[in-house]
Design a protein around this ligand. Structure first.
Ligand code: SMO
Length: 765
């Protein structure tokens, strides 16, 4: 029986966070620290011919100004991925050519922030302005206008030949042939906006050179170990000279699965031998961090009269912006994580991802799946409508079930051939039943105003748990005198609570109270390797390493006590902070520790690694009850229900928190959020006044069920929870709008104007 796993223990950092203790990157500042600021290109496409920093350097307190002449053009990717990264090497620290409005032109280091900002205004730059291309279709057509002229050394993108950053064409069966045999073929086109993760703590890093001539980087990141490797490449120094420290992190959501500022503070710290800090403003977050890729998705689906889906094609055209990190893999996920929901015999998935002179896209919670899920789940409603079949019945008839395989995943790994995925755990059917009950499916409630209309919508979602065969992590467990253990992991708590969950798994396995686990994450000098916090991997992958390490520590102790007590070590029971043998003799963990350390004179400790060749999908069924003001097009979400299968729930409150947070971000995606970029490539709403994320006041009534399963390959049966619940809100809400007013928004966010126009068009047609 689980004693710690499955309980709402106090989140490990709750008290210090509530007390406002100095725990975040920016809460500690090394003495003598300089402030860095980036001068950004006002042009979407321009050669940087000359930078004159004379006037800037004359400003009191300005120490240095660097530009591309001061750096070496080492091609790399900033995507935080396992080596060799499946993203193109198309980026240098300081580019000779600006590729979007906001690209790096020069960097100032000064004694104060004000001096640094003043210096920015005084730097004179000579540009050769080039024609820009911000439309992804035009970018894909043009071969005379190349955003990247240098070929990608590893051939992942077509840099140097065209603006194709990534291309995928994978097919199971034969969709064209199958479509000819179908009773009905439905084709629709869906449009997804650029959105920003809007983590409350911005990108912030500081770096200094210590007394041993080592570079110390303190940074808000999801990927400390990838970062160390990338910095070594970019700075041309040995990895051993770099230490990356990750303090508490105030949200990442994929936007920190990337090197965004760390190279600049590191370069300046090495050059100036002074500590250097760089923090993004919110404006910079919205123009120069990363966006969720905008996409156009054409869905073509062939069905039989009885509702059997025979063929499904998804054609994605995407805009990666100026650089291609995550271009291949995010777009790959758009199909790979989504199309298997309805395992038709014929599936075709095509991606064309363009470089443009727009701001950079990258990883954002869901990693491509929110786009794909929006298209697919809206499309299922459209197919049902054309077929004259109930949309719930159509889903029930076709959705993936226990034991089903997912042939598409075999054709699509993360940049390499993947492994066939078989569903070994799912409660999707029960999620649907319980979700329907909670939302009142089939009995629409009346609108609250005479000019309102009310509707219900649903969406099914699946994701993964880490990247099969790629993601892995290590964990070390060490026993102390008092029976406590130090648990050190490279797994990266970014606010989601992974330290808490990993400590629970460790306590459970050792049979000790949760508060006897002292966890440290992540510091590249002191913790084992881990790929980092992304791809919904931490509980499932890193948790596997923690359980293995704790188990081996337990085996060491059992071996010692077995000899002492002359019994079979396998018969010892570790529970409630004690070890008991079959005849009833018992020792507290503290006494076991004292025995080991002072009599046996050994340090019980273990390090283990864990990788999984599977990526078991968590599932979700999500439901929206909305009202639409028919006079203004404004949408009000009254209630939102999520029923989620994340395997065994390690910490119910944290898992529910993941779901509710994802629903909030999904609500913004559905109704309000869009980074508006004009034809010239300029962001029109680079601040929270005009870029609206959901706040507490915007939240509808939330109902969340965790419908547990036990995943055979997961630690204590756990799967992932972090991303799957962000996939369903947008399609569920848009399907509900359609149910209410009879018109579909093919483009999100479903702003009042868009909903109103769609209603007017319907009236006039
Ligand atoms: S979007 Mo996440 O960091 O895989």
């Amino acid at each position: 029986m689980n004693k710690v796993v499955g309980t709402n223990v106090t989140k490990i950092d709750a008290v210090k966070l509530a007390r406002g203790e100095p725990v975040f990157t920016d809460d500690h500042r090394p003495p003598g620290m300089l402030y860095a600021k980036v001068l950004r290109s006002p042009h979407a496409h321009a050669r940087i011919l000359e930078v004159d920093a004379t006037a800037a350097l004359a400003v009191d307190g300005v120490v240095d100004v660097i530009w591309h002449r001061d750096t070496r053009p080492i091609l790399h990717t900033r995507a935080g991925q396992s080596y060799p990264e499946p993203s193109p090497y198309d980026t240098v620290m300081m580019p000779e050519k600006a590729r979007f409005i906001g690209d790096r032109v020069a960097v100032v280091a000064a004694e104060t922030l004000i001096a640094a900002e003043r210096a920015l205004d005084l730097i004179e730059v000579k540009y050769e302005v080039l024609e820009a291309v911000t439309d992804m279709d035009e970018a894909l057509r043009r071969t005379d206008l190349l955003i990247h002229e240098t070929p990608d050394p590893r051939g992942i993108s077509q840099a140097g030949r065209s603006n194709l950053a990534a291309h995928i064409d994978k097919q199971v069966g034969d969709v064209d042939a199958a479509l000819k045999t179908c009773d009905l073929v439905v084709e629709r086109t869906y449009f997804l906006p650029k959105v920003q993760a809007s983590h409350i703590e911005p990108h912030v890093s500081m770096a200094w050179v210590d007394e041993d001539d080592r570079l110390i980087v303190r940074t808000s990141t999801q990927i400390p170990f990838h970062l160390r490797r990338m910095l070594a490449r970019i700075l041309e120094i040995p990895e051993a000279r770099i230490r990356v420290i990750k303090p508490r992190v105030g949200g990442g959501f994929g936007d920190k699965q990337e090197l965004v500022v760390e190279d600049l503070v590191s370069f300046l710290a090495l050059r100036l031998r002074r500590p250097v800090r760089l923090e993004f403003t919110r404006h910079e977050e919205l123009v120069a961090a990363r966006l969720r890729h905008s996409q156009r998705i054409v869905m073509t689906t062939g069905v039989m009269k009885d509702g059997t889906i025979v063929a499904n094609r998804m054609h994605v055209t995407a805009d990666t912006g100026a650089y291609g990190s995550h271009a291949l893999t995010v777009q790959g996920n758009t199909g790979q994580k989504v199309l298997p929901m309805y395992p038709a015999k014929n599936i075709h998935f095509i991606v064309d991802c363009a470089y443009t002179n727009n701001p950079i896209s990258g990883a954002f919670r869901g990693y491509g799946a929110p786009q794909g899920c929006f298209a697919l789940e809206c499309h299922i409603d459209e197919v049902a409508r054309e077929l004259g079949m109930d949309r719930l019945e159509l889903r029930k008839k076709n959705h993936i079930r226990l034991g089903d395989t997912d042939p598409l995943s075999a054709k699509l790994g993360e940049g390499k051939e993947g492994l066939v995925r078989v569903v070994h755990s799912t409660s999707l059917e029960e999620c649907i039943v319980r979700g329907c009950e909670a939302i009142g499916w089939g009995d629409k409630r009346p609108p609250t105003q005479p000019y309102f209309k009310r509707g219900l919508g649903m969406a099914l979602a699946m994701q993964g748990s880490g990247i099969a065969g790629v993601d892995w992590g290590g964990a070390t467990v060490k026993l102390n005198d008092d029976g406590s253990v130090n648990l050190t992991v490279g797994a990266t708590d970014i606010g989601q609570g992974s330290d808490t969950v990993l400590a629970q798994l460790c306590a459970e396995e050792l049979g000790i109270p949760y508060d006897k686990v002292l966890i440290l994450s992540s510091d590249t000098d002191f913790t084992p390797f881990d790929v980092g916090a992304y791809a919904s991997s931490t509980t499932y992958v890193s948790g596997g390493a923690v359980v293995k390490a704790a188990r081996r520590l337990r085996e060491q102790l059992a071996g010692l006590l077995g000899t002492k007590w002359e019994c079979d070590p396998g018969d010892l029971v570790f529970s409630e902070g004690s070890v008991t043998e079959p005849r009833g003799r018992s020792m507290t963990m503290q006494d076991v520790a004292l025995f080991a350390l002072y009599e046996a004179k050994i340090q019980p400790m273990a390090t283990e690694s864990h990788m999984s060749n599977e990526s078991p999908p968590p599932f979700a069924a999500q439901f929206a009850d909305v009202e639409v003001d028919t006079e203004t097009g404004q949408v009000f979400v009254r209630k939102f229900v999520s029923a989620v299968d994340c395997g065994t729930v390690v910490h119910p409150r944290l898992a529910e928190g993941q779901v509710e947070g994802a629903v909030a971000q999904g609500l913004g995606y559905a109704l309000w959020e869009e980074v508006l970029v004009d034809r010239a490539g300029k962001v029109l709403n680079p601040h929270f006044l005009d870029y609206k994320i959901a706040t507490a006041l915007d939240m509808p009534e939330l109902v969340t069920f965790l419908v547990e399963t036990s995943e055979p390959s997961g630690p204590y049966g756990a799967k992932a929870a972090g991303e799957v619940p962000i996939d369903g809100p947008a399609p569920a809400i848009v399907n509900a709008i359609c149910d209410a007013v009879g018109v579909r928004c093919y483009r999100i966010p479903a702003t009042p104007e868009r909903v109103w126009r769609a209603m007017k068009e319907q009236e006039s047609s």
